[in-house]
Design a protein. Structure first.
Length: 287
């Protein structure tokens, strides 16, 4: 099929893009990598009056360190993240998760901002953003605001971003030196969206373990597994504590059943991958 008729704009600045969003008053779509939007257009599941292409806004593509964080412009390609030395050093969990994203052509065009704004709960980047307590910067006609994951993801494919706002930046705290990490997921075929995935990071400071856990595909939004984190932080990273944390993880999620898997199966996978991710993260942890 072919998309319904729409007007096309390719602004060169964020301000120009925002002005266009205001002009179309909610009836325009932003085009980043296009890996999710273009199929929706072709099947006429999306029929915007206008398409606003962000690919000529060079200021939205960057990876840099600042004040203990790694800042990623929303138009940064997933392929650039996968091979960035800075990401590999400061955010190894993000790099590992990136390798689960689709296939090479998808990662070559797909962007981190587009993935997060699309808000597919099975996608890897929203889970990493949630696990690492990251945040996004949204910019609109009234200025910029900082949004945490819990306030950003509303339900399936839905965020709290306004119709006149653009996600311009993703900020993630740099992982401490010596931290362990792992991203585990199950998909029917390599490159498919995860049926369930788990992001894990652990580190030790002053004889105390800190854990970060979040899911993909186990509910309408990424889920931070705080009660499982508390078990590990209280009882350590022994096998018994990890087993208890994994069992608790399966109780925390609220998955739906669909043609791919039942809710019970997704709960089971959540426990399995929480255990695997924590054990792999433990193996990688230093100090």
């Amino acid at each position: 099929m072919k998309p319904a008729k729409f007007e096309y704009h390719a602004p060169s600045t964020v301000d120009e893009a925002i002005a266009l969003l205001v002009r179309y008053d909610g009836d325009a779509k932003l085009l980043a990598g296009g890996q999710s939007l273009v199929p929706l257009l072709n099947f006429r599941l999306a029929r915007p009056a206008a398409l606003i292409d962000l690919n000529r806004i060079g200021s939205l593509a960057y990876i840099r360190a600042h004040d203990g964080h790694v800042q990623l412009g929303a138009m940064t390609r997933q392929r650039a993240i996968e091979f960035s030395p800075l990401v590999g050093e400061r955010l190894p969990l993000l790099r590992e998760a990136t390798r689960f994203v689709g296939h090479l052509p998808i990662r070559s065009r797909g962007t981190i901002g587009g993935s997060i704004a699309h808000a597919d709960p099975s996608a890897e980047y929203p889970a990493v953003l949630t696990a690492l307590d990251g945040e996004v910067i949204a910019r609109g006609p009234k200025g910029e605001r900082t949004v945490a994951p819990a306030a950003l993801f509303e339900t399936y494919l839905t965020t709290t971003l306004g119709a006149d706002e653009i996600l311009t930046e993703v900020r993630l705290p740099a992982m401490p030196a010596g931290a362990g990490w792992a991203f585990e997921e199950f998909a029917r075929r390599h490159g498919d969206f995860a049926i369930v995935g788990v992001a894990a990071a652990v580190w030790r400071a002053d004889d105390r373990v800190t854990a970060r856990l979040a899911t993909a595909g186990a509910g309408a939004t990424p889920r931070r597994l705080r009660a499982s984190e508390e078990i590990v932080e209280r009882d350590g990273l022994g096998d018994a504590a990890i087993d208890a944390a994994a069992r608790r993880a399966s109780e925390l999620v609220e998955p739906d059943s669909d043609i791919h898997a039942s809710a019970d199966y997704r709960r089971h996978l959540t426990a399995v991958f929480t255990e695997r991710a924590l054990k792999r993260a433990r193996e990688r942890m230093r100090g």
